[in-house]
Design a protein around this ligand. Structure first.
Ligand code: SAH
Ligand code: SF4
Length: 345
């Protein structure tokens, strides 16, 4: 019989596994604690269990782990991890350290189907969805690697469109909040705008923060740079944001990648102020991070500042995101792990 991967089980499934193994219920609690809070790599790491118990469990079960293929550290301290999954697919996660927080940016899919023209992950196409435990294992592995530092925030802004891998992302969110005990206030799910799933996220997931990659203020431009807009145009997307239940003192984040001559005009800034009326929002302006053979340019600093000023004058909170980890290709939209099924890279 193939061994059971304990990390792939839900809490209830771990409890059933322990019961079926003839063990008392508290063993399930201990097992979950060791996997999600002490980052055990194997059953043999669980020193709270006797050697006999560890051996007995190891006969029928195991704890999977991503293999760390590469770890790069940028001049500004940003770190990029390249992980290999059990089927040899590879994904990337990025760790961003700021004064008061350490954020891990995680992937939800290997590649992405949505093909935004300014995004390197989009150029790859979709390889496959990640399973819930493959999403979580990025956090577990990174947490172990950076000890004694602690990850404080999680953003689903790595590779892939989280809302197109809905079931696994929701399952992961429940485990990240319930079993890893990271507060939903410290978790952000970013979407290119899969409108029906935005509502469903509010209904089915813990109350995490929502980020929308908006990136344009007219359907014409958005259709061009984000083809998903043809299916879910701006009005539908912003209506879904208006209906999204937002707890007090929280806001929806709107990501706005600034592309020179495409979406960076003063008219765009004015339109953006109008589009966001009635939505508790904040805007992150991200000057485009260029990559090889791309047709776009980042606007000059003054153009970004002028754009920001119009938003501020229109009472919209607007921050300019400094690119982190550019020298190791870890900045927004630059992730592009190599996919090698069956052979090492
Ligand atoms: N698919 C989801 C989650 C990925 S987040 C989404 O799009 O929201 C990736 C973020 O990086 C998005 O906000 C996207 O707009 C931004 N991005 C993509 N390519 C970029 C680039 N070359 N420069 C700057 N930001 C980029
Ligand atoms: Fe996919 Fe997001 Fe990149 Fe668009 S920006 S291609 S949705 S990962």
């Amino acid at each position: 019989m193939p061994k059971i991967n304990l990390k792939a089980l839900s809490k209830q499934e771990v409890e059933s596994f322990i019961k079926e193994s003839g063990l008392p219920a508290f063993r399930a609690k201990q097992l979950i604690h060791w996997i999600y809070e002490r980052y055990a790599c194997s059953i043999q790491d669980i020193t709270e269990f006797s050697k006999d118990l560890r051996d007995a469990l190891s006969d029928k079960a195991y704890i999977s782990n991503h293999v760390l293929l590469d770890r790069q550290i940028s001049k500004d301290g940003t770190e990029k991890f390249l992980f290999e999954l059990e089927d040899k697919a590879t994904i990337e996660s990025v760790l961003i350290s700021e004064e008061d927080r350490i954020t891990l940016c995680i992937s939800s899919q290997a590649g992405c189907a949505l093909g935004c023209v300014f995004c390197l992950t989009g150029k790859l196409g979709l390889k496959r969805n990640l399973k819930a435990h493959e999403i979580i294992d990025q956090i577990i592995n990174a947490s172990r690697l950076i000890l004694p530092r602690r990850i404080t925030n999680i953003v689903f802004m790595g590779m892939g469109e989280p809302l197109l891998n809905f079931e696994n992302v929701v399952d992961a969110l429940w485990r990240i909040t319930g079993l890893m005990k990271i507060s939903p206030r410290r978790i952000t799910v970013s979407t290119a705008g899969i409108v029906p799933k935005i509502k469903e996220l509010a209904e089915k997931a813990p109350m995490v923060n929502l980020a929308i990659s908006l990136n344009a203020t007219t359907d014409k431009v958005r259709n061009y740079i984000m083809p998903v807009n043809k299916m879910y145009p701006l009005k539908k997307l912003l209506d879904a944001c208006r209906e999204f239940p937002i707890p007090p003192r929280r806001r929806i984040t709107f990501e706005y990648v600034m592309l020179k001559g495409i979406n960076d005009t003063l008219e765009d800034a004015k339109r953006l102020v109008n589009l966001l009326k009635g939505i508790p929002s904040k805007v992150n302006l991200i000057p485009f991070n260029p990559f090889e053979n791309c047709e776009f340019k980042r606007p000059d600093d003054e153009a970004v500042l002028r754009f920001q000023q119009i938003l501020v004058d229109g009472n919209v909170i607007a921050l300019i995101r400094k690119s982190k980890g550019q020298d190791i290709l870890a900045a927004c939209g630059q992730l592009k792990a190599k996919y090698t099924y069956g052979r090492k890279i």
